[in-house]
Design a protein around this ligand. Structure first.
Ligand code: 4NP
Length: 154
């Protein structure tokens, strides 16, 4: 079983989408996908209604997900940790205990060299068009990532 964790700030907008999209592309008997936020603002909450809506429009149900905060034990529980932006990356790396922990962490858009953006923009204070853009970015990155994971060439 390969375990993948998606991380953003609040765990209600971007990482729940990345979680749902990647999960939809991988065999559940081989891959476990989860998500978390570096902050504790939305622990226990369902994803933002706009993330739920954009996922639903693509046939992915993320409404059952609940927010949780990233914790040091996640370095042991997961093989790969993908952050949405540089701030998430720095916050996760700040909790790393050793080079093994650090080696597990990567910004999600770095998995696809054809994506020009370096980070997934935070859509929280935006509108539905921002959530649609986040979905498209994550869809492309997760497509590439799913193929890499299936070929275990990450
Ligand atoms: P996310 O977006 O990190 O993609 O879940 C945010 C959600 C909530 C907040 C910020 C970003 N907040 O400040 O509450």
């Amino acid at each position: 079983m390969t375990r993948i964790l998606m991380v953003c700030l609040g765990n209600i907008c971007r990482s729940p989408l990345a979680h749902g999209i990647l999960e939809s592309k991988l065999a559940t008997n081989q891959f476990y996908v989860d998500s978390a936020g570096t902050a504790n603002y939305h622990v226990g909450e369902a994803p933002d209604h706009r993330s739920i809506a954009v996922a639903k429009s693509h046939g992915i149900d993320i409404s059952h997900q609940r927010g949780r905060q990233f914790k040091v034990a996640d370095f042991d529980a997961f093989d790969h940790i993908f952050t949405m932006d540089d701030s998430n990356y720095r916050n996760v790396i700040a909790l790393a205990r050793n080079t093994n922990d650090i080696a597990k962490v990567q910004c999600i858009l770095d998995v696809d060299k054809t994506i020009k953006l370096t980070h997934v923009p935070d859509p929280y204070y935006g509108d539905m068009s921002d959530f649609k853009q986040v979905f498209q970015l994550l869809e492309k990155a997760c497509n590439t990532l799913s193929h890499s994971l299936e070929n275990t060439s990450l």
